[in-house]
Design a protein around this ligand. Structure first.
Ligand SMILES: [Zn+2]
Length: 141
């Protein structure tokens, strides 16, 4: 079991396995968040937070809900809403919040062109380690 948490610690997410891939998206929202998504079945993500600890943002056709900590503002995860025509139970956590980044150091990051083509652009994805070389306790300040 692995944990991801926001900066102030009010929100913790638990996942049961390490992600096989990570997705960086250039859509109008993800590029601003700077998030790095790991997709999971929503039911496999356990969220530990007080009821008022999360705020939600949804836009346009409201097919997704993006959650952030109401105290420190870290983007923690997103979920599909019932407005999605496919009924799949998909969600994603922002792996930038993972408590031990070493866990995902070798996981490849693919680039999703959410802004234009909605296609994956990168056929030779770089691992997380090269995208975020500052892994280790010295980076936690
Ligand atoms: Zn927080």
């Amino acid at each position: 079991m692995y944990t991801a948490s926001c900066h102030c610690g009010a929100v913790t997410l638990e996942i049961q396995r390490k992600p096989r891939k990570l997705t960086q998206c250039n859509c109008s929202l993800c590029k601003r968040y700077g998030a790095l998504w790991a997709y999971f079945q929503r039911k496999s993500i356990r969220i530990l937070a007080e009821s008022n600890a999360l705020q939600v943002y949804s836009w346009k056709d409201k097919r997704f809900e993006f959650f952030r900590c109401s105290t420190c503002g870290c983007i923690t995860h997103y979920e599909k809403t019932s407005k999605r025509e496919d009924a799949s139970d998909m969600g994603a956590i922002n792996i930038r919040n993972i408590d031990d980044p070493v866990i995902v150091a070798d996981v490849p990051i693919r680039l999703l062109d959410g802004a234009f083509s909605w296609k994956v652009l990168d056929e030779n994805p770089q691992p997380y380690l090269l995208n975020s070389p500052c892994i280790g306790a010295e980076c936690e300040s």
